[in-house]
Design a protein around this ligand. Structure first.
Ligand code: KG4
Ligand code: ZN
Length: 338
């Protein structure tokens, strides 16, 4: 089954064609990052406008690259939540029009379920159940993936997402948006024990996390150094920050593995590209004897291939939308049937 998949929830317009949930025939992306960089973050109105400009051309490009005709497409899938509402709406309206014109099913996909599915593309043998650490610009959660469309959230951030903190600290350090990748690179040259940053233990659920205290502590440290004219060792601050984020995530994943008894752990989302987190997950998995699944960096960030993968399983679960499908800025990953 060949699914034409559309992703437009933030600052990447993407269209992919994915076969049977596992085989990427093409994955076309038009990134807007350079445009938003001058503002230090995503400007929602600009994002929506740029999605409209790019989406039709990308869909034609996807067909051209694969040599497929429109009639070869079996279904149209789209990220319908969560994201910047104007941006998500562009993809949803395009997908509705395409499904109507092609007379094919319309499959709604939750963006975070898509991130988890990026693992199915990287590891064609991977099947649920497994545990997944989802770390992106807007979400941070530990998910019990019981089946392709049946999940339970074991723990989540109670405030900021890890990616938000990377971007905020990166911005204050003068790094280009989005700061995560630059901060990661700087951290690799630093001493991770030079600066002491907090690790929070919020609430009563041991799997829940908090990153706002860490973010504030890092920002205070930077501003204080500026005020007193102290020169900061930026690389070491980045390294200390990365290890604090990783220390917040990885022990909770280890605990969740013990609780669920799973022998498979996956990571997903833009922040899953972080070298410190990847390294610590690998070490932990080796210690507890668990198989690890980590998508290549190209599949960690937003893309449409992951939406096409998850869409196949949503389709098999009869999760099909009609022309009433709406876009949502927020929606639980557990998602009720549309
Ligand atoms: O999943 P994603 O592409 O978009 C959302 O769904 O939010 O994640 C984007 C986030 C940004 O915050 C970006 O700074 C972060 O992923 N990111 C990283 C790295 N590469 C991207 N954070 C830490 N280390 C990285 N290497
Ligand atoms: Zn994402």
């Amino acid at each position: 089954m060949k699914i034409l998949a559309v992703e437009s929830s933030c600052d990447e317009t993407a269209v992919a064609i994915v076969e049977d949930g596992r085989c990427v025939l093409t994955d076309c992306i038009a990134s807007q990052v350079d445009l938003h960089r001058i503002y230090g973050g995503v400007v929602p109105e600009i994002a929506s406008r740029k999605h409209i400009e790019a989406i039709y051309g990308l869909a034609d490009q996807a067909l051209e690259r694969t040599g497929l005709n429109r009639s070869d497409i079996d279904a149209v899938a789209v990220t319908y939540a969560p994201g910047l509402i104007g941006a998500v709406l562009v993809g949803v309206n395009f997908a509705k029009a395409a499904a109507l014109a092609l007379d094919k099913p319309l499959i709604p996909v939750h963006h975070i379920r898509g991130h988890i599915a990026s693992n199915y593309l990287a590891y064609t043998e991977l099947k649920p159940p497994f545990l997944c650490l989802v770390v992106s610009g807007g979400h941070t959660m530990i998910v019990d993936v019981q089946d392709y469309t049946k999940m339970e959230i074991l723990g989540t951030t109670l405030d900021d997402a890890a990616g938000e903190c990377f971007d905020k600290v990166g911005r204050v350090l003068g790094m280009p948006y989005p700061g995560g990748a630059a901060l990661d690179k700087a951290a690799q040259q630093g001493d991770d024990s030079k600066y002491v940053l907090p690790r929070s233990k919020p609430g009563s659920n041991p799997y829940d996390m908090s990153f706002s205290g860490l973010k504030t502590a890092a920002l205070n440290l930077i501003h204080h150094a500026e005020q007193v004219g102290e020169e900061l060792d930026i690389n070491s601050l980045c390294a200390s920050f990365c290890v604090a984020v990783s220390d917040t995530l990885v022990p909770r994943v280890e605990m969740a593995l013990q609780q669920t008894g799973y022998d498979k752990v996956a990571v997903a989302g833009g922040v899953a590209a972080n070298s410190r987190i990847r390294g610590d997950i690998l070490k932990m998995a080796e210690k507890v004897g668990t198989q690890v699944f980590m998508p290549p960096l190209s599949l960690c960030g937003d893309n449409a291939a992951m939406i096409g993968s998850q869409a196949y399983y949503e389709y098999l679960s009869d999760n099909i939308a009609d022309m009433q499908l709406n876009a949502y800025a927020t929606k639980s990953i557990l998602g009720e049937a549309i």
